[in-house]
Design a binder for this molecule. Structure first.
Ligand SMILES: Nc1ncnc2c1ncn2[C@@H]1O[C@H](COP(=O)(O)OP(=O)(O)OP(=O)(O)O)[C@@H](O)[C@H]1O
Length: 214
């Protein structure tokens, strides 16, 4: 089964072509790390997988509604909202307008626990450090209980404990059959992946990863 497919995808911002002729398919339940220089197009590809950017050419097919976790530096830090409320937003796709139920609250608490932020539940987002905000966004992504998890540099700038929690959460999602696409520059993250895709000058190449080694 396939979770996401890019077919001959091109994308340009007004002053630069970022991706050209990219064709990739991601099998369900696999873990792929997207790597490559700053500005090589990893975030752009994740945004297209999430459906928040449409390709200029080619097609992107996503076989489920993904949970998309942007980097905390991309998120408004001053939004008047507590950590718990931010993670509860992850339940929106399940609620469809109904109030939060006990089962939703359990998922929210479990997601905060997995990111080690239970004790921050009542804090405003503006009162958090960058790493704490990043953990909150990831907890919001986990609370979505999606079958596709898109993570944009989830461990960048985080301490060793946060890094460990995120790796454990990714491993648990993979055990549950979730497909994980993750942009990362981290050698340890890259070493754990089933597939490693390197971005360069609008193109992608494949190499390394446990699938390639099998
Ligand atoms: N909204 C935008 N308008 C114009 N150019 C943009 C925009 N967003 C990104 N870019 C440019 O597109 C290119 C690809 O950006 P992208 O964020 O996809 O790269 P990346 O590989 O994720 O980089 P990083 O490792 O720094 O996160 C970069 O050169 C960037 O400057």
């Amino acid at each position: 089964m396939e979770a996401v497919r890019f077919s001959n995808v091109g994308y340009a911002y007004p002053d630069r072509q970022v991706l050209a002729g990219v064709s990739l398919a991601f099998a369900s339940g696999t873990h792929t790390v997207l790597t490559g220089r700053n500005g090589s197009g990893k975030s752009t590809l994740l945004a297209m997988a999430a459906g928040v950017l449409a390709p200029d050419s080619g097609t992107v097919t996503t076989h489920a509604r993904p949970a998309y976790v942007i980097q905390h530096i991309e998120a408004p830090a001053t939004m008047p909202c507590t950590v718990r409320q931010a993670v509860e937003m992850g339940r929106w796709p399940h609620r469809r307008g109904r109030p939060l139920r006990a089962a939703d609250r359990r998922v929210v608490a479990d997601s905060m626990d997995r990111m080690g932020i239970l004790e921050l539940a009542g804090r405003q987002l503006r009162e958090l450090s960058g790493g704490q905000r990043q953990r909150t966004l990831i907890a919001q992504g986990l609370a979505q209980e999606s079958t596709i998890l898109l993570l944009d540099e989830p461990t960048a700038g985080l301490d060793a404990e946060a890094h460990r929690l995120i790796r454990a959460a990714v491993a648990e999602e993979l055990r549950r059959g979730v497909t994980v696409l993750e942009a990362s520059h981290d050698a340890a993250d890259i070493g754990r992946a089933d597939r490693v895709i390197t971005f360069e000058s609008g193109r992608v190449s494949e190499g390394g990863g446990n699938l390639a080694r099998r």
